[in-house]
Structures are given as structure tokens and as C-alpha cells.
Design a protein around this ligand. Structure first.
Ligand SMILES: [Zn+2]
Length: 418
């Protein structure tokens, strides 16, 4: 039934190359982390114990093992959907109901995403209740996990139905340049979500309370004033409901901008260090990283949708990827499967940009606060999150959005000394 053609060969070649590179990089990372397990790097010897360093190494290795197993499973699932005939099977199942093209399309796309989510569920359960549990990070209960899953499902339906219907309508009615209109609508959707997320979506999963500590609040407001930054408030999020990992982030758009601290972060850092972490986050904003990341996303989705516009008109594209009957919704489903394989090869570029932004944000923080505070905060966060201090340089270059700890610390020390 499946006629192999150029598209099948290209698809299998990219998929195979991705898998070989992923396994090769993982093996390098295993070797590197194990090689440096016996000794804390010189720069950290005064701050991090050998036990903490070895816990970080074991955690990194364990995460990597689950990661590689999950990626292997992911590739098997992609092959089953495409060349294995899974998409054609799902399509014929819904077609039997005799609905309109639009109704069938929305049903196929949503059930495709739902089945994908269910297939990934065992890995998610394993990560939370075995891996994170073993290293003492999990705070999630079975009930909360199940509630989260239901809420995410409901949210996916509420957002997914109009999104899928809108995309299919444009593909049907907007002429040859439907992909251009789809791109514009997609950008609009992304901006809407960025604006709506802090006010309407995040509160479904967590509780946000205004920062209660008066002296810390004044310190933070002082920093905001020095940086000329206006926000809708500083909030504490009950991150400890789910995990022991700590973080701080920026969220929202325009008049809906907020600064969010995880309660776990506030527990582990002193006020001076918290101020430094916030200054780093402000650095991302002040150096226009958020705008640059959005522009990159817009550029990539433009290229992706232009490619889809062309591919969806080639009958051989569907045939080569195991789809019996070409349709707009099958083009979208195939795109969702193929896009991650292609973007994998962009990882080194995207992580390079991200690491450059991290250095710039660190520099901003050092100029705005005490240079030592950020370094202390980072060492503490690496320790508490059991992040490895000795990643393989090549693995790190492909995957890590943040520079390796020794490199980042060395940069900070150089700034602080000058
Ligand atoms: Zn950052």
C-alpha cells in the first residue's frame, strides 16, 4: 500500500540522522559526567560538597536515560503514524461518520493530538513519580497529577477546536496564499496567549499571591525603579505544590506584565540574591531578548508554513509519508510530525542565541546589583536543582539554553573583578 518515494527517503534519512546524533550526544554526555563524578570542579570546591556534586551527576545520568528512551519511543510513534499507516487509519475511522470536511478535519486533528498525549503519559508518570521522586524533587500527588491532566485536556479542547477549525477554514477558502493568512492568525494567537496566560491560564494551575515580605518588596521595587521597569506586580507562585525545583520568570505582555517568583526560590535565597536573580530576568527584558525570541519564532513559523503551503500541494508528499487520502487536515497532522525533526537541526543555532542572551542578562544584573550576589545565587540554584557542573561541551552546545555553570561563573567573576 505504501509506495516509497523521494519524500519517504528524505523523511527517513532526517529521522535516522536525528536519532544517531541524539544517541551519540547522549553517550558523550554520559561519559563526560561520569568521568568528572569523583571530584568537584575547582571553582566550586568551597561551595558545593562532593555528595551534592555526585547527586547532580547521578540525576543528570538518570534524566538522560529516561530522555533517550522517551526519544526512541517518540520516533517509533512518528513511524507508526506515518509509514505504519496510523494517520490513514484514524482518518478512515472518522470519515465513516459522514461529517463535513471541516468537522472530520477537526475531529481527526484533536484525536491525533489526544492519542499522542496518551502515548506519552507513561513517560510523564515515570518522570514525576519515579525519577523526580527518587532524587527528592517530586511534591506532586497522584490526585493533583490527574487533575492537571484533566485541566490540560479541557484547555486543549477549548483552544484547539477554534484553532484547528480556523486553520482548516483558511486552507479551504483563502486561496493559494492561505499559509500567509494562517501565519498572521498564528502570530495573533501567540500574542493573545502571551497576554492571557498570566491572568487566565496560569491561575488554573497555581495560586499567585502578592509578595508578602515588606522589606524584600521594597528592595525589589527599588530595583524596578532603577531599571525603569513598570509591571502589574510581583507575585509568589506555589511551585512547591508540584516540585522542589526553584525558578523565577517574567510573564505577560503590555499592561499584563508580571514578575513571578517560585516559593521554593524565595526559601533558598537571601534577599540580596533574590534581587540579583530578578535583575537577571529584567536584563532579558531590557536587552530586548523577549522581542528577539518572538521575532525568531515568527521567522521560523513563516518558513515552516511556507514550506507546508508548498508540500501540501504535492500528492507525493502524502503518499511518501503513508497517507492514503490527501486533505488539508492530513497536511497539518503530517506537519506536526515532521516539523520537530527539521527543527532538531536548528537546535545548535537556537541554543547559541539563548546562551548569548544569558551572558547579556548576567552582565545587566552585575551592573545593577552586587556582582557577588548573582554568582552566589547561581551556585545555590545549581546545587538545589542538582544541575551538573560538568556537562559535555558538545552536548551542551546542542541542548543547553543556559551556559555551563563553570563558564557562566567565570564570566561573572571576570565582570566582578573589572
Ligand atoms: Zn536567563
Amino acid at each position: 500500500m505504501i509506495a516509497m518515494n523521494l519524500y519517504s527517503v528524505l523523511f527517513l534519512a532526517f529521522l535516522g540522522l536525528m536519532w544517531i546524533l541524539e544517541v551519540w550526544l547522549a553517550r558523550r554526555q554520559f561519559r563526560h559526567v561520569r568521568l568528572h563524578r569523583a571530584q568537584v570542579p575547582l571553582l566550586f570546591q568551597d561551595h558545593i560538597s562532593l555528595a551534592a556534586h555526585q547527586k547532580a551527576a547521578d540525576y543528570t545520568v538518570a534524566k538522560l536515560q529516561v530522555g533517550i528512551a522517551s526519544k526512541g519511543l517518540g520516533i517509533a510513534i512518528v513511524l507508526l503514524w506515518t509509514l505504519g499507516g496510523g494517520l490513514t487509519w484514524l482518518d478512515s475511522l472518522w470519515r465513516k461518520l459522514g461529517w463535513s470536511d471541516l468537522g472530520t478535519g477537526v475531529a481527526v486533528l484533536l484525536s491525533f493530538v489526544l492519542i499522542g498525549t496518551l502515548l506519552e503519559l507513561p513517560v510523564r508518570i515515570y518522570r514525576t513519580f519515579v525519577l523526580e521522586q527518587k532524587f527528592g524533587f517530586n511534591r506532586m500527588t497522584g490526585t493533583l497529577f490527574f487533575q492537571d491532566f484533566l485541566k490540560q485536556g479541557a484547555l486543549m479542547l477549548m483552544l484547539g477546536v477554534p484553532l484547528a477549525a480556523g486553520a482548516l477554514w483558511l486552507m479551504e477558502h483563502a486561496g493559494n496564499y492561505w499559509w500567509l493568512y494562517l501565519w498572521l492568525s498564528w502570530l495573533g494567537f501567540v500574542f493573545l496567549m502571551m497576554w492571557a496566560y498570566p491572568a487566565f491560564i496560569a491561575p488554573l494551575f497555581n495560586t499567585f499571591t502578592p509578595l508578602p515580605d515588606e522589606s524584600l518588596r521594597q528592595r525589589v521595587e527599588g530595583l524596578l525603579a532603577r531599571c525603569g521597569f513598570k509591571s502589574q506586580g510581583i507575585f509568589v507562585m506555589d511551585g512547591s505544590r508540584r516540585s522542589g525545583h526553584g525558578n523565577a520568570y517574567f510573564t505577560g505582555l503590555g499592561n499584563n506584565k508580571r514578575i513571578v517568583f517560585f516559593d521554593t526560590l524565595l526559601e533558598s535565597l537571601n534577599p540580596e540574591q533574590i534581587e540579583a536573580v530578578l535583575a537577571h530576568e529584567l536584563g532579558h527584558f531590557k536587552r530586548r531578548h523577549i522581542f528577539k525570541n518572538l521575532s525568531m519564532m515568527a521567522l521560523l513559523s513563516f518558513a515552516g508554513l511556507a514550506l507546508l503551503g508548498w508540500l501540501s500541494a504535492q500528492p507525493a508528499f502524502y503518499q511518501g509519508l503513508g497517507v492514503g487520502y490527501p486533505s488539508h487536515y492530513m497536511a497539518l497532522a503530517l506537519f506536526m510530525l515532521v516539523a520537530p525533526v527539521l527543527t532538531f537541526f536548528l537546535h545548535p543555532l537556537l541554543t547559541y542565541l539563548s546562551r548569548r542572551y544569558e551572558f547579556e542578562a548576567d552582565e545587566f544584573a552585575v551592573n545593577m546589583t552586587h556582582s557577588q550576589a548573582l554568582a552566589q545565587a547561581l551556585v545555590k540554584l545549581y546545587q538545589e536543582n542538582a544541575g551538573t557542573l560538568t556537562p559535555d561541551p558538545l552536548h551542551s552546545a546542542v541542548y543547553d539554553s543556559h551556559p555551563p555553570a563553570p563558564v557562566r561563573l567565570a564570566h561573572l567573576q571576570a565582570r566582578g573583578a573589572s
